[in-house]
Ligand binder design. Sequence first.
Ligand code: PLP
Length: 406
Amino acid sequence: MSFDVASIRKDFPILGTRMRGKPLCYLDSAASAQKPQVVIDAISDFYSRHYANIHRGVYQLSADATRRYEEVRTRVARFIGAPDPREIVFVRNATEAINLVARSFGEAEIGKGDEIVLTAMEHHANIVPWQMLAERRGARLRVAEIHDDGTLDVSSLEGLLGPRTRLLAFAHVSNALGTLNPVREITAMARARGITTLVDGAQGVPHAKVDVSALGCDFYAFSGHKLFGPSGAGVLYGRLALLEAMPPFLGGGDMIERVSFKGTTYAPAPQRFEAGTPDIASVIGLGAAIDYLEGIGMERIQVYEQSLLAYATDQLAKVPGLRLVGTAREKAAVLSFVLEGVHPHDIGTVLDGEGIAIRAGHHCAQPLMERLGLPATARAPLAFYNTTDEIDRLVAALDKTRALFA
Ligand code: PLP
């Protein structure tokens, strides 16, 4: 069955709008993805007809809101292949998911002289929480190298896994390079040594079918807003045995079993990690996004995006002076590039004038930029609502940029 991108685009109202007098060409979905009407409607419907706080009310409206919220937990578990919905913790975003693990698992399990292994391609969200933990605990960060094409140097990583390694945290897909890391191979290496693994899946889930059981990771973190859902709801998957052994992250209402001034006992996972009123409507919206994606099929999305990536890679190669940054054989549809003699911010500005939204900068991966010897790149990730026509517009606008700065 062919992929009807024209009909898919109609599901996203913003894609029919104009920017600077031209049809919007949105090439920044890695920063945040656009939302289909069904997600917008699910949020509006929830606020219009079903809204109440959850887990508290004895009345029907609250019980119904609770059921809807908890159903999304079950849907998320199924969507990412988690065996048990109790392994799904709702958080704000991938950043909070990683901080939760660093605070909760980290404080309990990582001590003086222990080591946390990361890779050189991590987003700041998967660096800074570990750095903060290492400072608090007297632990040490070790960083696996990458090759010049943006692939992970797996043997460098393996060489870092030692008797003091307590945690290995790495990206499923690099946001700045597109590199798809060999997650199963890496988690197997860690498991054989009794090392806990966290996969930063912020750029993994939007591009392919994820099965956390098959990936073999202990934790998997992602943001709903990059998965075509609303901002404000993200997910931490954690193996149940690990979550059950972890102390709470934030304290407050909804995460307790019993509170007295002598002391407090905590609710079981995942409630233990969901203190206070969550972003209920965003969780409902995330459920609608997952239903929408499953309706299309993640496998079909992946095939379409890969064909788009191949087309874009060929077309960009024809732009004189353009160099792609991140050319791993296994990669998701992210195009990062530099253009000789033009600062990436200037590329972004000229493209904006053409109605094309891309990001220019360090993409929250400053250590990676340093490793590559670049201050910044221009980045155009592709989502399943992008088209070959939009890639042609991108190429034409880059030619115009070159002409302006030549
Ligand atoms: N990890 C990766 C690889 C990302 O690309 C991002 C966001 O760009 C994050 C983590 C952080 O996501 P959020 O800002 O939604 O927490």
